[in-house]
Design a protein. Structure first.
Length: 247
């Protein structure tokens, strides 16, 4: 099934611009960069890199990057903006990278776009070196389980956020500013269980607040935070090459 990303790529590039949308600029960029700054990561793969914005930010931290995305229009934009960068057209379920070749793997708001969660996480595990880190920014499950964009006016006139069928994994189509894409709703337990099953160890979990802005949108965000940030570490004692899993 088509995800809508190819048809929406031009509109997405216009919306995201060079500096990112509100959520990235005021909520996610700072905590995501804080998890990599000064950690000694030599190289990283950004899985679902889109137009390459976070790859360029990682490069500013001295990290060599590979950006991977299945949407041709977004990869072409990434290559135009970063001609010296390494951007590859591929899905997260089958990464065109060698086994145990990366210090850091990133899903920056891209796991919700990937149909086969387990395959994508297995691939991230495969390409990470033992001791490597998996950094994830994701939509909260109650966000993707919202009804009619969540907010509504209750009987007493107060604004409330509605969710339903939280435990039911499903595809939801979202539309804004010329973009129409499929998101995969999963409860948090689906992500946690899949990561634990692969042997990842949770080293960081946060629900970051907006920084540098204090307006009505920030107030709504603090009532119902859209995002979470997790870092998981691959054990330094294991090796996939020892089991014959290599590419």
């Amino acid at each position: 099934m088509a995800s809508g990303w190819e048809a929406s790529s031009r509109a997405w590039i216009d919306v995201i611009g060079e500096h990112g949308d509100w959520g990235r600029r005021f909520v996610l960029d700072a905590p995501m960069l804080a998890r990599v700054r000064g950690r000694g990561f030599r190289n990283a793969v950004d899985i679902g890199c889109g137009e390459g914005r976070f790859c360029r930010m990682l490069q500013q931290q001295g990290i060599t990057t590979i950006g991977v995305d299945p949407t041709r229009g977004l990869i072409e934009a990434a290559r135009q903006r970063d001609p010296q960068g390494d951007y590859r057209i591929a899905g997260g379920e089958a990464l065109p990278l060698d086994t145990e070749s990366c210090d850091l793997a990133v899903f920056y708001l891209s796991l919700i776009d990937i149909a086969d969660l387990h395959a994508a996480l297995r691939e991230a595990h495969r390409v990470l070196r033992p001791g490597g880190s998996l950094l994830i920014a994701n939509l909260q499950g109650f966000n993707t389980a919202s009804v009619d964009l969540g907010w509504h006016r209750a009987w007493n006139g107060k604004r409330r956020f509605r969710i339903d069928h939280y435990l039911e994994e499903r595809i939801t189509w979202v539309e804004w500013k010329g973009i129409r894409i499929a998101n995969h709703h999963r409860p948090l337990q689906s992500y946690m269980a899949a990561l634990l099953e692969l042997g990842f160890r949770l080293s960081h979990f946060a629900e970051p607040e907006p920084q540098g802005v204090n307006d009505a949108k920030a107030d709504r965000y603090r009532r119902v935070p859209n995002f979470l940030v997790m870092e998981w570490e691959r054990s330094s004692c294991e090796s996939t090459t020892a089991t014959g899993d290599s590419r």
